[in-house]
Design a protein around this ligand. Structure first.
Ligand SMILES: Cc1cc2nc3c(=O)[nH]c(=O)nc-3n(C[C@H](O)[C@H](O)[C@H](O)COP(=O)(O)O)c2cc1C
Length: 204
């Protein structure tokens, strides 16, 4: 069962008064227990049409210094998955990488390539623009999970290769924040080792 887009509140208008907080035990349980789904465990259906629109709207609703929206989303689905994989294979450094590249997007039914469009700005450092884009990636994963889909945030060599980025249509200064693969989980995940949060806390 997935949640229809119609169940999600419409986008508020500028200066609408919103709830100051959203106490929700359900949301806390979700955050405490959520997991990504391995890309090989993602099958059809993926969010499509108005569900995908709603998820991208949710993903765009992240803290964003300067309201720059320094990202864009490229949807790779259907036959475009093989086409995008072939584009990567064409610039792969060796034969094994080319073979793997061909399957980059066909493993799951849909991929949202989240592109950082961060650029020098008089007031907002590029680092902050990139952080906002990372937040958009996670909001997309969270939204998909809450809608009833699984997702996985992957990168790989194409993200760090200028020719590979160009083959996927990125401009020279753009970067790939992640390939967010989405679909329906075929298996329940098991827990993975977590960073020990308590060891990472100090008081100033
Ligand atoms: C920016 C970024 C890139 C990632 N790239 C990969 C990757 O290429 N391959 C991989 O196995 N996991 C990658 N991961 C890790 C997975 O997305 C994910 O963290 C892991 O499967 C466990 O996810 P969970 O803690 O949400 O369950 C990446 C994570 C991030 C944040």
């Amino acid at each position: 069962m997935t949640i229809p887009a119609s169940a999600i509140p419409a986008a508020p208008q500028d200066n609408d008064v919103l709830a100051a907080t959203h106490p929700s035990a359900e949301t806390l349980a979700f955050l405490a227990l959520r997991r990504s789904t391995k890309v090989i465990h993602l099958t059809a259906p993926a969010p499509s049409g108005d569900q995908l629109d709603a998820l991208l709207r949710i993903a765009s609703r992240v803290p964003d210094h300067g309201k720059l929206g320094p990202w864009r989303f490229v949807i790779i689905e259907g036959e475009a998955r093989a086409r995008a994989g072939e584009a990567l294979a064409g610039v792969a450094p060796d034969a094994p990488s080319a073979e793997a590249a061909r399957n980059t997007f066909t493993r799951a039914p849909l991929c949202v390539m989240v592109v950082s469009t961060a650029a020098p700005h008089a007031k907002i450092p590029e680092w902050e623009q990139q952080l906002a884009t990372g937040a958009a990636c996670f909001a997309l994963l969270l939204g998909a999970d809450a809608m009833g889909y699984g997702g996985c945030w992957l990168t790989g060599w194409p993200c760090y290769d200028a020719r590979a980025r160009a083959s996927l249509g990125l401009a020279e200064q753009e970067r790939i924040a992640g390939f967010i693969h989405l679909g329906t989980p075929t298996e329940a995940p098991t827990e993975r080792v977590r960073a020990n949060w308590a060891e990472r806390v100090s008081r100033f």
